[in-house]
Write a protein that binds this ligand. Structure first.
Ligand code: PLZ
Length: 450
């Protein structure tokens, strides 16, 4: 037997740089990559990861970096969480695949049971499992159209729902997601989002919802709408938190008009915002909810969960795919959910939220480059602007991210205008490590000199 990861000492939860970032081995791999990997697939920070645990990445040069991105909100339970690694290893040694559509297995059923009990609403539910967030969103739209017999899908400014053909149509931002990848799927209509920082002053959630509904009613017609699809807090679009009342008003409009309210909780779901789901914050109960990312602690798994009568309206064989609900991914999900429950990661996300928002508020008050600090729970961001204006400053966001990266702290940017620096730390991060990461970020924002 060769030595395994388990024989190595655990990864220390600290930041330690032993080379420049990226180091020589990462640079050599980047060189190799260029002649094998398609240029269209890019990396935010080309340090090649050798192993990881908790909130620390160790690269091939021996540098230890603080991970405040969690692989875009995926490893909320931390890298190499024992609950995930143990179940994945055990399942992989029993069997890795049968195809649930051919010969089923218990793990798939158990994940759907967990989804029924954790997602918003006490009603009877059913789930179907897929491989990626985009695939889950595609299927939610398929189901909504099938059951309502209506064509139109309403999405919002700044929305992100994926990169497949239908989900590109649903996604708002052209570059890099859509540019010259069309033609796109029809019957997708975009409504204005509630974006308090950029809306007319004092626009309430109810007013923003009325604005969106008026656009839908005049341009689409309520009777044509299969579903309204919305991220309860927008992710890639800039961590846009809609004004209170926006989501409940949309949900009520859907119910009154025979359309389905679909919450895309792929980025916000599973404890991230300090509730199990972001919809819980305002007691919104979606008809359908899409999940992925943190659901399976790093293995590819996604789901559509919804009202039993809606989900079961689709004919047998109408939903599926070779790998959807793969047994190893399901084992990972059961481990990740157990970890979230046992370690109270909902509570952890709230504590992280308090700590991060307090620190970022301090930075915001001392730097005119920060237009707004916003977020909920362990999903926090700063929107950078040209001082004294609301003009987006993407170059500043880039500078801040690069200087964090050079110092060994992984942060991500986002936003329609590319000017938002966002934090999505693993929810198991040590407080001291988080504070250290925030110090680096605060220093980078201060260094903008605004
Ligand atoms: N819906 C709300 O956040 C994925 C994608 C980054 P997939 N977000 C990160 C990138 O550049 O591709 C996402 C999301 C929301 C859907 C998706 C799509 O999920 O698993 O990437 O397909």
């Amino acid at each position: 037997m060769t030595a395994t990861h388990f024989d190595e000492p655990p990864v220390a939860q600290r930041r330690q740089l032993v080379t420049e970032i990226p180091g020589p081995r990462s640079r050599a791999l980047e060189e190799r990559r260029r002649s094998a990997v398609a240029a269209g697939v890019s990396s935010t920070l080309p340090v090649y990861v050798e192993r990881a645990s908790g909130a620390v990445l160790v690269d091939v040069d021996g540098n230890s970096l603080i991970d405040l991105g969690a692989g875009i909100a995926v490893v909320s339970v931390g890298h190499a969480a024992p609950e995930v690694v143990g179940r994945v290893t055990e399942q992989a040694s029993r069997f890795t695949h049968t195809c649930f559509m051919v010969t089923p297995y218990e793990g798939y059923v158990a994940v759907c049971e967990e989804l029924s009990s954790l997602t918003p609403g006490a009603h009877e539910k059913r789930s179907a499992l897929f491989n990626s967030g985009a695939e889950a969103v595609e299927n939610a739209v398929k189901i909504a159209r099938h059951v309502t017999r209506r064509p139109a899908v309403v999405v919002f400014d700044h929305a992100y729902h994926g990169r497949t053909n239908l989900t590109m149509a649903l996604t708002a931002k052209n570059m890099p997601y859509k540019d010259r990848f069309g033609p796109f799927a029809p019957e997708v209509y975009r409504a204005p989002m509630s974006y308090p920082f950029r809306d007319p002053d004092q626009m309430s959630g109810a007013e923003a919802a009325a604005r969106a509904i008026a656009a839908v009613e005049s341009q689409v017609g309520a009777e044509n709408v299969a579903c309204v699809l919305v991220e309860p807090i927008q992710g890639e679009g800039g961590f846009v938190v809609p004004a209170p009342g926006f989501l409940p008003a949309l949900s009520r409009w859907c119910t009154a008009n025979g359309a389905l309210f679909v919450a895309d909780e792929i980025q916000t779901g599973f404890a991230r915002t300090g509730d199990w789901f972001a919809c819980d914050h305002e007691g919104v109960v979606p008809d359908l909810i899409t999940t992925a990312k943190a659901l399976a602690g790093g293995m590819p798994l996604a789901a559509v969960t919804g009202r039993a009568e809606v989900m079961d309206a689709v004919h047998p064989g109408g939903l599926g795919g070779t790998y959807g609900g793969n047994p190893v991914a399901c084992a990972a999900a059961l481990g990740a959910i157990a970890a979230m429950r046992d370690r109270d990661l909902v509570g952890a996300a709230r504590r992280i939220g308090e700590l991060v928002s307090e620190r970022l508020a301090k930075v915001a008050s001392s730097s005119a480059a920060v237009g707004e600090r916003r977020g909920r729970g362990a999903m926090q961001a700063v929107e950078l602007v040209r001082p004294g204006t609301r003009e987006p400053d993407a170059a500043a966001a880039k500078r801040v991210a690069s200087s964090c990266h050079a110092a060994g702290v992984v942060v991500l940017t986002c936003g329609t205008y590319g000017n938002v620096v966002r934090l999505l730390p693993p929810l198991v991060i040590d407080e001291a490590l988080l504070v250290e990461g925030l110090d680096v970020l605060a220093g980078a924002i201060d260094a903008l000199g605004a």
